[in-house]
Design a protein around this ligand. Structure first.
Ligand code: NAD
Length: 339
C-alpha cells in the first residue's frame, strides 16, 4: 500500500528534492500539488502524470478534505506560512509533514500540534537527517558508549548567502529570522543527538559583518549549551560562512561527520577509522519512514514535539542574544522531542 502525498509550495526544495524522491519511495507517492501558479501546475501535471483533479491552488486548498487520493499533506512554504497551512491540512483530515523550522515561534508549534491532535492525524517534521544512516550511527555511538562517555560536542551548519537580498529567507516577516531559523536547527539537533539528551541551558552571541546585505535577519550566531550529564556543547550557524560539521569528543575516542547535514553523501570518521554507508536520498528515507509510521505504526522519527523542542531552543538563543549573552535555563523535560 502506498499513501498519496500532496506537496504544498513548489519552490526549489519541492522541485529538486522532494518530487524526485517521491518517484522512488516505497510507502508513498506524489499524488497531488498545491500551487499559486497555474503554469507550474500544468508543468508538474505533465512531468509527473498528475491528474488535475488532485491539483489545488491556495484558494481551493481546503477542498483537499474531499480528496481520498491524498493522505499526507507536505507543507514546503516560507516559514511564516507553515502554521496556517499545516493547521488547515489537519482540519481537512490529512496527516501532515511540516518543513523546518516548524513555525515562526513556539506558540505556532503548539497550535500545529493541537490541531493535529484534535483532528486525530499524524504530524511529522521535514527533518530528513533523522532517517539518515550516518546520523543513526552517531546516535548508536552515544547510546552504546562506543567511545566512552561523551564530554564535548561541537556542530556547525552554515553557507554563504550571496543571492537576491530581497529573498524571503532574509525577510524576517516571512522567515522569522536568519541563519538560526534556516540552518540553526541542524546545529542544535547535532549537539542534541551527539549527546543523547536535551540541554539544560544556552548562552548565545550574534555577529554581523555584512549588515548591508543582512538588513533584517541574523547573519552568524554562536551558542554554548550545558547538558545534564555534564557535557558541554557549542554550535555555530551562519548565512555568511561555509561550514557543515559535527564532532563529539568522548572518554576514549571521538567521532566526526563532515559534511554532517547536507543532502549527502555525508562522510564520517572516528578515532577507530572511517565510517561509510551507501548513499540513498535522505528525502526518500524520511517520507517512507513517515508513511510507514502511519501505515504500520513504526516510530515517528521526527514528531511535532521535536520541532517544538527546537523552537524553544531557538527562542532561548534569541533571548540570550538580546540580553547580552545571558545564560538562559531551558526547562526542557530530558526526553522531550528525543527519538
Ligand atoms: P523557495 O523560495 O524555493 O520556495 C518557496 C515556495 O513558496 C515557492 O514555490 C513560492 O512560490 C511559494 N510561496 C508562496 N507564497 C510565498 C510568499 N509570500 N513569498 C515567497 N514564496 C511564496 O523555498 P524552499 O527552499 O523550497 O523552502 C521552502 C521551505 O522548505 C522552507 O520552510 C525551508 O526552510 C524548507 N526547506 C527545507 C529543507 C530541508 O532540507 N529540510 C531544504 C530546503 C528548504
Amino acid at each position: 500500500q502506498k499513501l498519496g502525498v500532496a506537496l504544498v509550495g513548489l519552490g526549489s526544495y519541492s522541485t529538486y528534492q522532494l518530487a524526485p524522491a517521491l518517484q522512488d519511495t516505497e510507502h508513498c507517492y506524489l499524488a497531488g500539488i498545491v500551487t499559486g501558479t497555474p503554469a507550474k501546475a500544468r508543468t508538474w501535471q505533465a512531468k509527473y502524470n498528475l491528474d488535475p483533479e488532485h491539483c489545488y491552488s491556495y484558494e481551493t486548498y481546503d477542498q483537499i478534505a474531499q480528496d481520498d487520493a491524498i493522505a499526507i499533506v507536505y507543507v514546503v512554504l516560507p516559514n511564516s506560512m507553515h502554521a496556517e497551512f499545516a493547521i488547515r491540512a489537519a482540519q481537512a483530515g490529512k496527516h501532515v509533514i511540516c518543513e523546518k523550522p516548524m513555525g515562526m515561534n513556539v506558540a505556532e508549534c503548539d497550535a500545529i500540534i493541537a490541531a493535529c491532535q484534535e483532528a486525530g492525524v499524524k504530524l511529522g517534521m521535514g527533518y530528513r537527517l533523522q532517517s539518515e544512516p550516518y546520523t543513526q550511527e552517531i546516535k548508536k555511538y552515544v547510546r552504546e558508549k562506543t567511545f566512552g562517555a561523551v564530554r564535548f560536542v561541537s556542530a556547525d551548519a552554515a553557507y554563504i548567502s550571496r543571492g537576491n537580498p530581497n529573498q524571503w529567507r532574509l525577510d524576517r516577516s516571512l522567515s522569522g529570522g536568519g541563519a538560526l531559523m534556516n540552518m540553526g536547527v541542524y546545529s542544535i539537533q547535532s549537539c542534541i543527538y551527539s549527546c543523547g539528551m536535551n540541554p539544560l541551558t544556552v548562552s548565545a552571541q550574534e555577529f554581523s559583518t555584512r549588515p548591508e546585505y543582512f538588513r533584517d535577519t541574523d547573519e552568524t550566531i554562536t551558542a554554548q549549551f550545558t547538558f545534564p550529564n555534564g557535557v558541554v556543547g557549542q554550535m555555530m550557524t551562519s548565512h555568511n560562512a561555509s561550514a557543515n560539521r559535527l564532532y563529539g569528543s568522548c572518554d576514549s575516542g571521538w567521532f566526526e561527520l563532515q559534511p554532517a547535514n547536507n543532502y549527502g553523501p555525508l562522510s564520517g570518521r572516528t578515532s577507530s577509522g572511517s565510517i561509510s554507508f551507501p548513499h540513498e536520498s535522505q528525502q526518500k528515507l524520511q517520507m517512507d519512514d513517515f508513511a510507514s509510521h502511519i501505515l504500520y505504526d513504526t516510530p515517528n522519527r521526527a514528531p511535532g514535539e521535536m520541532g517544538k523542542r527546537d523552537m524553544i531552543i531557538v527562542e532561548a538563543i534569541y533571548q540570550s542574544i538580546k540580553e547580552g549573552g545571558r545564560e538562559i535555563t531551558l526547562n526542557l523535560p530530558q526526553e522531550y522531542g528525543i527519538v
